[in-house]
Design a protein around this ligand. Structure first.
Ligand code: FAD
Length: 450
């Protein structure tokens, strides 16, 4: 039976290479035989049938399962997650900021979802007794040119009905004594911070209690004609929902979607404050460069009041390139390296300039220098510990060389794929899930009427 997965199918001539990497302590991803032969439990899910199979237990997969369960309590919903725990990637490694929704132009999904997502996730935290820090956020200017961008952000906020307040330089100390700005700043009172892992774990507990099957340590491997292959056996599902984060593009391509895009991973690093007194009590951001999707190095105040600066946006060379050679993938290195080199050579979308300035942030001093521009004084020696990095699943438009800003949803009646789920998708998780289940219902109806 050639279409049934067996560990033996994964034996290949590259096995010695993988073994050699492992002997050097390097975990590999995307290479034949890796991990799968050890983890496999062929009987665990074999020949199970579901109405919906969700790939990935990050915030998006969990929220989609929750939305499906609310709307269709009798549907058979299953999530598979390749890691042993949920939220091991972006959903557990982000800044935990519930963004307000004033960065985005009104015609985008991000603009719609961020404002509503912020309100809904805040309510969710209050209802479930999860920690939340309603500390707000300042966007500070460094020059007259920045004031024009602040003006644009205020207009975008107004159009999106997001509360925003102008703060004169002389009044800034009332919100944040350490912050500094050029003439004036914008204050967003609805920005808050949460513990992203705590939120995901609560969703997971809710789902388990509701009878939704959540299988961790189970990897999606591919589709066959009538079934789906996983590392724990074959599954049949009426609909597949791809919420695989850094791997969503690859799975989507298997179904004929995501054709125009390439995934470029960008690593975000943080420096954690270690002093006894937190240096700030409000999130402080610089004025962003609206031409690229990243918000610049900023101060984030966590739920417990601790402070970190970051994240950077350094082009990574493979999808799980968190540190050193960990999770090395030769396939990723070839694909990603090729496209990054091309962008670098052509300086498309200002990639070369951005990459240089980001790579400099690998040095602690130049990282803290960026943050120091936002405050009057900074004891940069207090920021001496690198935090847990996260990697953004950023899509690049193949033809234009543009980094895509908005979320993308592609699919048909068989499969739906959530793509370019970059920041602030954590904030937007509930509206994204609602939108996606609406599309599933529409697809189901059009299928039924054919
Ligand atoms: C550094 C950084 C900072 C950020 N800060 C913020 C912020 O402050 N506020 C905000 O709103 N957003 C923020 N974001 C964005 C936010 O974290 C992400 O958009 C969001 O977490 C994406 O969730 P996800 O569920 O799509 O992806 P993920 O959390 O990556 O989940 C995808 C899951 O799919 C699993 N998976 C992949 N392939 C397979 C397979 N073949 N089989 C089974 N499982 C598979 C993975 O293991 C993973 O657990 C930040 C992101 C980064 C990287």
């Amino acid at each position: 039976m050639s279409d049934v997965y067996t560990p033996a199918n994964h034996e290949s001539s590259k096995a010695p290479f993988v073994a050699a990497l492992k002997s050097l302590g390097i975990k590999t991803v995307g290479l034949p035989t890796e991990g799968i032969t050890q983890q496999i439990n062929m009987s665990r899910l074999d020949h199970q049938e579901y109405d919906y199979l969700i790939i990935g237990a990050g915030i998006i997969g969990l929220s989609v399962a929750r939305e499906l369960h609310v709307r269709k309590p009798h549907a058979r919903v299953c999530i598979i997650e390749k890691e042993k725990q949920i939220a091991e990637h972006a959903s557990g490694r982000n800044s935990g900021v519930l963004h307000a929704g004033f960065y985005y132009t009104a015609n985008t999904l991000k603009a719609r979802f961020t404002r509503d997502g912020n309100r809904r996730l805040r309510n969710y935290c209050y209802e479930h007794g999860l920690r939340i820090n309603p500390c707000g956020k300042l966007v500070v200017a460094s020059s007259a040119k920045d004031l024009e961008v602040l003006e644009e952000l205020k207009q975008r906020g107004d159009r999106n009905q997001v509360p925003l307040e102008w703060v004169e330089e002389s009044d800034l100390h009332k919100i944040e004594p350490r912050a500094k700005t050029y003439e004036r700043a914008l204050f967003s009172p609805s920005t808050a911070t949460v513990d992203p892992r705590e939120v995901c774990c609560n969703l997971y507990d809710e789902l388990r209690q509701a009878g939704v099957a959540v299988h961790t340590g189970v990897q999606y491997l591919g589709q066959e004609k009538h079934h789906l292959r996983t590392s724990a056996g074959i599954i049949r599902a009426n609909s597949l929902i791809n919420c695989a984060g850094l791997y969503a593009d690859r799975i989507a391509k298997e179904y004929g979607f995501c054709k125009d895009f390439i995934m470029l991973p960008f690593k975000g690093q943080y420096l954690q404050h270690r002093g006894s007194q937190p240096p700030v009590r409000t999130n402080i951001y610089p004025v962003p460069n609206l031409a690229n999707p990243f918000l610049g190095v900023h101060f984030t105040v966590a739920v417990d009041g601790s402070v970190k600066i970051g994240p950077s946006a350094v082009p990574a060379l493979w999808r799980e390139h968190y540190s050193g050679w960990n999770a090395f993938s030769l396939r990723d290195l070839c694909e990603v390296g090729f496209h990054e080199a091309k962008l670098f050579a052509r300086n498309s979308s200002g990639f070369r300039t951005m990459a240089w300035s980001e790579v400099k942030k690998l040095r602690r001093k130049s990282f803290t220098q960026q943050a120091a521009k936002l405050v009057k004084t900074l004891a940069d020696d207090d920021f001496d510990t690198w935090g847990r990095p996260g990697i953004r699943a950023q899509l690049l438009q193949r033809q234009t060389g543009q980094l895509i800003e908005d979320f993308i949803l592609e699919g048909d009646s068989r499969s739906l794929h959530v793509l370019n789920v970059v920041s602030p998708a954590f904030t937007c998780a509930f509206p994204i899930a609602e939108y996606l289940v609406d599309r599933l219902e529409e697809n189901g109806q059009s299928k039924a009427s054919r």
